[in-house]
Design a protein around this ligand. Structure first.
Ligand SMILES: Cc1ncc(COP(=O)(O)O)c(C=O)c1O
Length: 478
């Protein structure tokens, strides 16, 4: 059993753990810790548990001391990499000076400085930030903000929301309602939020309108689908359209998509909400994903890498137009109808301020762009070139990549079971055995820390090259 050690505050942190301690931890893990997005049966296979103990740079280490490249930067958030004592120090200083002050009645110095910094990073396009505790919460808040904005600007009938199919915006009810229904709801959480309409995304490799369309055609069909819903429902009923700048590494929209969507929203007075929970803070080689497409949203949601994953956070950032509409409204409706206990928590604000300082000092956004290009080149030249199972390498916009794995390149047929099938499980296991911690099922997801070097990118490619060879051999043998 792991015991308190005299004089050690975090007594559970040890240089190494005995076999007995590991067995105990694994047993309690299975019994008491509710793993998210997995079923216990998925992890209780021998070696199935991954109890992580330490992180340094782009690497994480498990309880047995095995080292992995953190291929997804935790969950798209450890953009500054692991082990940043500077953030810990800023957090400790803030915590021992002022650890809480209600954002319902007060501001704090780090909250004000962070709000100003976020506005500066958008080059003044978005000016006011509402802080909360996580990404899905931010998404919920953004929808409420858009609806209230429409009401206070005289558009009481604009209450409907349009989102995209296959999307993921989080697990709260509203986020679930605008996301990938079916897969995420399993038919047990209905009825979902009413008045949500969904359109197909510009997923050009697997074009929702069938094979044979060029990416540009697929993209414009997606814009047309949006227009059809707006016109079908009536523009006077639509409050907002919400989507991620890039849905995932394998769904990079062509350049025409976002400007066309922006124009539609302008034409019909629809609030454009960009969910930047993954794309924000350098992931796409720009501070925010929409910058890559030259488009400014009216509202954006951010979370994850705002604190570099050091502390939980979420936020909704509004344009001056939206913020001023609230300022200019007298009476109760001028007050945004939302409040959360942990919004603007000074300790979290401190982590975010220090995180952004590090990102700027080390030019991590520029590194994301450079290393993203290198990753793309290597994935195409080595993985796509050598492996028949690599159907498509999606990336080239910073350090977000989705590699489509197929049974048949021509038909784009997936291995049975898709992301939950036997192939996906085995392939993920092989990749992890070879030292890369990521999801590798029907899509290999890559979003490493933005601190990554060229040699480390090459290491990721070498591990994937080896793992693909291995899995292709195993699956050909069957
Ligand atoms: C695009 C997007 N929006 C929202 C969320 C939800 O964020 P959280 O898990 O912090 O609630 C996620 C989570 O991965 C996400 O990818």
């Amino acid at each position: 059993m792991v015991h308190p050690q005299p004089g050690k505050a975090a007594w559970w942190i040890k240089g190494s753990y005995t076999d007995e301690e590991i067995a105990q931890l694994e047993a309690w893990d299975r019994e008491h810790y509710w793993l998210q997005s997995h079923q216990a049966a998925d992890i209780v296979a021998p070696g199935g548990e991954h109890i992580m103990t330490r992180g340094e740079g782009i690497y994480i280490y498990d309880v047995r001391g095995k080292k992995y490249i953190d291929g997804m930067a935790g969950l798209f958030l450890k953009n500054i990499g692991h082990g940043r004592p500077e953030v810990a120090q800023a957090v400790a200083e803030q915590m021992t000076t002022l650890a809480y002050s209600s954002s319902g009645a007060t501001s704090t110095v780090p909250a004000i400085l962070l709000s100003k910094k976020i506005s500066d990073l958008t080059e003044g396009a978005l000016t006011r930030t509402f802080f909360c505790g996580g990404g899905a919460e931010a998404v919920d808040i953004s929808l409420k903000m858009a609806k209230q904005y429409q009401a206070i600007t005289g558009n009481h009938g604009k209450t409907k929301v349009i989102s995209r199919r296959l999307a993921y915006h989080g697990s709260t009810y509203a986020a679930l309602s605008i996301g990938n229904r079916g897969r995420n709801t399993q038919g047990v959480f209905e009825p979902l939020m009413p008045q949500v309409f969904q359109v197909d995304p510009p997923y050009c490799y697997r074009c929702p309108w069938g094979q044979g369309h060029s990416p540009t055609d697929c993209c414009m069909l997606s814009v047309k689908a949006l227009e059809n819903v707006i016109l079908g429902e009536g523009p006077e009923t639509i409050a907002a359209f919400i989507a991620t700048p890039v849905a995932s590494g394998n769904q990079i929209p062509p350049d025409e998509y976002w400007p066309a969507v922006r124009a539609l929203c302008d034409k019909h007075n629809i609030v454009l909400i960009a969910d930047e929970v993954i794309c924000g803070f350098g992931r796409l080689g720009a501070w925010f994903g929409m910058e890559r497409f030259g488009v400014q949203p009216d509202i954006m949601t951010i979370a994850k890498a705002l604190t570099g994953g050091e502390l939980p956070v979420g936020a909704v950032v509004a344009s001056k137009k939206v913020a001023q509409a609230f300022d200019n409204t007298k009476g109760p409706l001028g007050q945004f109808q939302h409040g959360v206990t942990y919004g603007g928590h000074p300790v979290v604000m401190a982590a975010a301020l220090k995180n952004i300082e590090i990102m700027e000092r080390e030019d991590l956004v520029g590194n994301s762009l450079r290393m993203g290009n290198h990753l793309q080149q290597q994935a195409v030249n080595i993985l796509q070139e050598n492996h028949p199972t690599v159907g498509y390498v999606g990336g080239g916009l910073g350090l977000l990549m989705g590699i489509e794995i197929v049974k048949d390149r021509k038909t784009k047929e997936r291995f049975p079971g898709g992301s939950n099938g036997e192939f996906a499980k085995r392939f993920t296991e092989i990749v992890r055995e070879n030292g890369l911690f990521t999801r590798a099922g029907d899509v290999i997801t890559l979003s490493p820390p933005l601190t990554i070097t060229k040699t480390q990118v090459d290491d990721i490619i070498a591990i994937l090259d080896m793992s693909l060879t291995q899995v292709e051999k195993e699956y050909r043998a069957r």
